[in-house]
Design a protein around this ligand. Structure first.
Ligand SMILES: Nc1ncnc2c1ncn2[C@@H]1O[C@H](COP(=O)(O)OP(=O)(O)OP(=O)(O)O)[C@@H](O)[C@H]1O
Ligand SMILES: [Mg+2]
Length: 356
């Protein structure tokens, strides 16, 4: 799958821009704060129906403007084309159209276009808090599995209702019964999907990791669910008193985590910085393979400032292994390898929100 054209209007600092990326590699060059990440963010928005940087859509509309518009033209390997139109208003409301037909739910668009974004923060995945690791699972699973996306949305909706109720009551309430049944139903499905996804990505990342480290290191990911499927409901009911006291739900998938093992020890506690970063790179590359396997198509890869964060050997590994992936790379021009990459694709200069 590849992007033929991106059209942006009033998207953050980009007033009006048209970008036709190379089928393989495009480099967005520019100084800091010119709009490079903004372009990648707009592309990623079309995959996820949301920004990877903010939960607040209002931020995406250029200061002083009424709306922002993203138009993405994509083509798959069989020649099928799709057009995604996203219109975001300054009050945060948005409208989405797929091939010119308005859709009501983001879920209807998700899966049409697959993209993976890789930025320096992803190299901190092991050290970051558990919420970053949950976000990583969710972003990948939502793109490959519409039912997962639906269950996740429903789960968080019920969780919010339960938390609101907990803040208002001082003893067990009938409504809690309903919320606990719903939460444990949606939550159990999410746990099953997360378990199978993490086992898959663990196997794939292990192979990649062995390749990058020339078989010197092993990598394994282990899912740490906050509760097992079968005990979900029981634990929710058992935690009611405590939850009412704190005004928030203490049991559930909103507390899940993943542990990374490098050479069979917990990389968060014992791994060197280099080992942790390599493990993150392996996992990120495994994401591409999972989409390839699950969707039978190659996602678009968005590399935001990440090359300069990798040493030469790891840069080379990454570049050699994405030869069939359409990639858009941002750079301030300091990375050494970038010149070779530019020779193979298209180069765009970004200045003050304009594509030169
Ligand atoms: N809603 C908005 N309206 C107008 N400008 C905005 C808006 N949101 C962000 N910006 C501007 O966009 C610019 C940042 O763009 P971006 O993050 O894409 O930079 P970049 O080129 O990736 O820089 P770096 O190399 O530092 O990562 C900033 O100057 C910021 O003020
Ligand atoms: Mg940037």
């Amino acid at each position: 799958m590849y992007i033929e054209k991106i059209i942006l209007k009033n998207y953050r600092n980009i007033k009006d821009a048209v970008l036709c990326p190379h089928k393989k590699t495009s480099v967005l060059f520019g100084d800091n704060a010119q709009g490079k990440t903004n372009i990648l963010e707009s592309v990623y928005y079309c995959a996820m129906g949301r920004s990877h940087r903010t939960n607040n859509d209002r931020e995406l509309v250029a200061f002083g403007e009424e709306y922002a518009h993203i138009k993405l033209f994509i083509k798959d390997d069989y020649g099928r084309t799709d057009r995604i139109d996203i219109n975001i208003r300054s009050n945060g409301k948005k409208g989405i159209a797929l091939n010119g037909i308005a859709i009501k739910r983001i879920g209807e668009m998700i899966g049409t276009f697959n993209a993976i974004i890789f930025s320096p923060e992803n190299l901190q995945l092991i050290k970051a808090g558990p919420s970053e690791r949950r976000k990583f699972i969710d972003m990948e699973l939502c793109q490959t599995d519409k039912i997962y996306y639906y269950n996740l949305k429903q789960y968080y909706k019920v969780l919010k209702q339960r938390n609101n109720l907990l803040k208002k009551i001082n003893k067990t309430d009938d409504m809690l019964d309903i919320f606990d049944i719903q939460l444990s139903e949606y939550g159990s499905r999410l746990i099953a999907d997360r378990a199978s996804f993490i086992s898959k990505i663990s196997d794939t990342a292990a192979e990649i990791h062995a390749g990058i480290t020339e078989n010197k290191e092993t990598l394994r990911l282990e899912y740490k669910p906050n509760t097992e499927q079968e005990n979900f409901y029981k634990k929710l009911v058992g935690s009611r008193e405590k939850d009412i006291y704190y005004g928030s739900t203490s049991v559930g998938v909103q507390k899940d985590d993943i542990t990374f093992f490098v050479n069979n020890v917990n990389a968060r506690d014992y791994g060197s910085q280099g080992q942790q970063r390599t493990a993150c790179l392996s996992v990120k590359m495994a994401e591409i393979d999972i989409i390839r396997q699950e969707k039978n198509r190659v996602p678009v890869l968005l590399l935001d400032d990440v090359l300069s964060e990798l040493d030469k050997k790891r840069q080379a590994y990454l570049i050699n292994n994405i030869s069939d992936v359409q990639t858009i790379i941002t750079s301030t021009g300091t990375d050494e390898n970038i010149k070779n990459i530019c020779n193979k694709g298209k180069v765009f200069f970004i200045k003050n929100g304009e594509i030169l």
